[in-house]
Design a protein. Structure first.
Length: 403
């Protein structure tokens, strides 16, 4: 019996180390190594500040949640008992102090061609209230140095925000942060790639013109202005009741001459309302006012705001506009691949063309009255989308929507 007592078990605490500083509220993995030369270790007891809080058999460890323990010095003791009632202990002293918060960057969600939801989770406030949360994000690594800091501030442990107006098929980096009085703490850096817009081409069998199309949300839109031109009229001729077709800047009646102009090649045809509703190719149609709203909502316009008149949206117009050709640097990002061009229009009040390179106008098929219909407009100096009504005599561009 004496021999067994002489050969008491050995034990040492390998984590945490003596003198370690631990953030208030941290969860600590207490790990020990123990052995018994002529018997076996039966149990290890874990004691914090003289209070027995747990026991463990192999592998002799304990997960200690320091939440509720005060700042200052604390003693961790581990006692090993063998099968002959022999015992031996080891102890370390650690210090609990207020520390930086610990934050985790959460996985990206709801990726679209132009948006994504990113955020973070506060794992531990470091023993001090978190005063600010948010994310860094951008298109290069080390995003806290190269990107944009976006404050989210939430009382929730989990927080997120929706990034808008992103470029399609592009890599973005993001990293969560949280701040308390000790400073700012960062989560790991993650990345995602926005979806590329689905695109393709089709041919109008009436004149063999080829058009690009793009899928936006659940809709398939022409990504070029319609250029179908069965005949052409000068700007001083107009009608609310018959089909009239125009090419910006051309004031003759020779279709071949109109088709040869640079404006036709770049901007397509301007149609009065009656011509617009019958000119889309087979399998396509002039979109309704509600179908335009669906497009705008797919680009993250608020659904309620989409029903308003005049200017709406924060960036949807910029996302629809082409990256060049707009007056005074008013180009868009064209993240939608819609490629709206500033083709101007034919104005019946002056019987002439106006606003080339400044505005684009598009008909909808939705009547407002016998003399007017709903339209959409994009301006060089506004990032939104204009919704209002217009006289059916005017000449505007057409974008067709697949049936």
């Amino acid at each position: 019996m004496a021999c067994h007592k002489y050969n008491r078990p050995t034990i040492s605490i390998v984590n945490p180390s003596d003198g370690m500083i631990i953030g208030k509220g941290d969860v600590i993995y207490i790990e020990v190594k123990t052995s018994d030369r002529n018997g076996r270790v039966m149990q290890v007891y874990f004691i914090i500040d003289g209070v027995n809080i747990a026991s463990s058999d192999f592998p002799y460890s304990y997960v200690w949640d320091t939440k509720g323990y005060e700042n200052g010095l604390h003693t961790i003791t581990a006692v090993a008992y063998d099968d002959d009632a022999g015992k031996r202990s080891d102890a370390v002293t650690i210090s609990i102090e207020i520390s930086l918060p610990r934050v985790k960057t959460t996985e990206v969600a709801n990726i679209t061609p132009t948006s994504a939801v990113v955020g973070g989770k506060v794992l531990n406030n470091g023993g001090d209230p978190v005063t600010e949360t948010g994310v860094y994000w951008g298109t290069a690594e080390k995003v806290e140095e190269t990107g944009v800091k976006q404050r989210i501030n939430s009382n929730m442990v989990d927080y997120s925000t929706k990034l808008l107006s992103l470029a399609t098929n592009k890599t973005y980096y993001f990293k969560a942060y949280a701040t308390n009085t000790m400073g700012e703490s960062l989560g790991e850096e993650l990345q995602f790639i926005t979806f590329g817009n689905e695109t393709g081409f089709f041919t109008d069998i009436r004149d063999n013109s080829e058009y690009k199309w793009v899928r936006i949300g659940d809709q398939f839109w022409m990504a070029e202005n319609l250029a179908y031109l069965p005949r052409v009229f000068p700007a001083d001729k107009g009608s609310r009741y018959y089909n009239y077709y125009y090419v910006y800047g051309y004031n003759g009646t020779d279709t071949a001459a109109a088709v040869a102009t640079d404006n036709y090649k770049k901007y397509g045809v301007l149609y009065n309302y009656e011509a617009a509703i019958v000119s889309c190719p087979l399998g396509w149609h002039l979109p309704t006012d509600d179908e335009w709203k669906q497009l705008e909502v797919a680009l993250n316009m608020d659904p309620i705001e989409s029903t308003n008149s005049d200017w709406r949206g924060a960036s949807q117009g910029r996302e629809l506009k082409s990256r060049d050709s707009w007056y005074n640097g008013g180009n868009g990002t064209n993240t939608s691949d819609f490629t709206a061009m500033p083709g101007g229009g034919r104005q019946n009040d002056i019987n002439d063309f106006s606003y080339l390179e400044k505005y684009s106008y598009f008909w909808t098929s939705s009547n407002y009255s016998t003399s007017s219909a709903w339209i959409r407009s994009l301006y060089y100096n506004n990032p939104g989308v204009y919704r209002n009504t217009s006289d059916k005599q005017r000449g505007y561009s057409v974008r067709c929507l697949r049936d």
